[in-house]
Design a protein around this ligand. Structure first.
Ligand code: FDA
Length: 391
């Protein structure tokens, strides 16, 4: 089989489907080639099955990229409000969970259905279970050969995502293709990923399952959210957020009592001289966490007998507890990938390659990575629209 289109989109995920739909609405003949048996698999598992489809606060400051300015244009032209309007137009009920994060009330399938309905309106052809064997470019046309046929179009959009969660079929295909066309790839790293602890810090395994509201910091990036101790190390939203800023060898600092002002422990000494560190910690932290932190500080006397300097030291330690992760759980557990197709060679307005006209890259494949909390889907939608409007 040989068929011609205006645009071929590789990857039927969030970005690929949305780009296809929008280009279809503009009258383009669009083909989506998806390797998996069905489209939108990551959408289905996202947000614990409820898809955190955007964040009302999404702006350029919520994204990491070698070029922090790159995302500005696309994010400004397609905002969370735009996507929320679309979701509302389908009657999909949603709620704000926390920190501007919008989730479906019902299953994430609703978002996939929305994308498929939008694609249908644009007469988009979606072909699943297509193994891309070869992609070539000549005479201003891209040709894609799969086991089922040969497809050709003057425009090709790379929307195959990043390699996080390989067991769902994620690969570095986008990067291989980009390199084939001479585009640079910023080294991909797992992000929004649990961090692992070893050595002495392994003792924290004793409190595996305990979570606490903290401020976690890595490389000057701080997030006030929950941290969770696991049998392998640290997880929870605060840790996933800082993991995107963390590199091997870096420390992660945790403030266990971000709402306590300096000197609170000396005040506790004055008010309750018979109390112990363990007992005052238990008043403000969960018992298991309080006990392990008090044990590690190892100040067993009653507060009234403890030197002020020691109490100041204990307080400082609690507000800047240093963890030295020995790694992360890697792509197997990473929600997203940092790095990817370099923005240096893409137009921030259209996502088109400056080297190869007609070649576009969108979504997670590109070196733009959002925080946890709906930001990554917002980038998928916004970059998809930027490309679709230019196709
Ligand atoms: P995406 O990965 O969605 O799609 C790429 C598509 O390309 C896939 O369908 C894949 O099968 C296909 N493909 C790959 N290789 C191919 C090939 N060689 N040929 C053809 N097709 C190929 N974000 C957020 O904002 N809110 C949330 O709630 C969550 N939750 C979440 C949970 C979990 C467990 C994960 C792993 C991730 C999230 N994310 C998230 C991140 C979010 O899922 C992610 O950023 C977007 O899905 C990226 O959209 P893309 O379309 O770029 O890639």
């Amino acid at each position: 089989m040989f068929k011609n289109y205006d645009t071929i989109i590789l990857g039927g995920g969030a970005a690929g489907l949305f780009c296809a739909a929008r280009a279809g609405h503009r009258g383009k003949r669009v083909l989506v080639l998806e390797r998996a048996a069905k489209v939108g698999k990551k959408i289905l598992i996202s947000g614990g099955g409820r898809c955190n489809f955007t964040n009302v606060n999404a702006g350029p400051a919520n994204y990491l990229s070698s070029n922090p300015h790159f995302a500005k244009s696309a994010l400004a032209r397609y905002s969370p409000k735009d996507f929320i309007e679309l979701v509302d137009s389908y009657g999909i009920a949603h709620h704000e969970k926390t920190l501007g994060q919008l989730f479906c009330d019902g299953p994430a399938q609703q978002i996939v259905d929305l994308l498929l309905a939008e694609c249908a309106k644009g007469n988009v052809e979606i072909r699943c279970e297509e193994d891309i064997e070869k992609v070539s470019h000549s005479d201003q046309a891209f040709t894609v050969i799969t086991q089922n046929g040969t497809y050709s179009a003057p425009a090709l959009v790379i929307a195959t995502g990043g390699p996080s969660i390989p067991k769902m079929g994620a690969t570095g295909f986008a990067y291989d293709l980009a390199r084939q066309f001479g585009l640079k790839v910023v080294e991909p790293r797992p992000a929004l990923v649990p961090l692992t602890l070893g050595g002495e810090q392994v003792l924290f395994r004793e409190i595996s399952g305990v979570s606490a509201p903290v401020v976690a910091t890595a490389n000057k990036a701080s997030f006030a959210e929950a941290a969770l101790f696991t049998h392998r190390g640290l997880s929870g939203p605060a840790i996933l957020q800082v993991s995107s800023y963390w590199k091997p060898g870096d420390a992660v600092s945790i403030n266990f009592l971000p709402d306590h002002s300096e000197g609170w422990l000396l005040e506790a000494k004055r008010l309750k001289p018979r109390a112990t560190l363990r007992s005052v910690f238990r008043e403000v932290l969960s018992d298991r966490l309080a006990d392990i932190l008090a044990d590690k500080i190892a100040l067993s006397t009653e507060l009234g007998n403890a030197p002020d300097a020691k109490l100041r030291e204990a307080e400082a330690r609690l507000s800047r507890w240093i963890f030295q992760p020995n790694g992360s759980e890697g792509f197997a557990k990473a929600e997203v990938t940092i790095g990817g197709i370099s923005t240096a060679e893409l137009s921030s307005k259209t996502m088109e390659s400056q080297k190869i006209p007609g070649l576009y890259a969108i979504g997670e494949a590109v070196d733009v990575t959002g925080w946890l909390g709906g930001y990554n889907f917002q980038w998928a939608w916004a970059s998809a629209v930027a490309a679709a409007d230019a196709l």
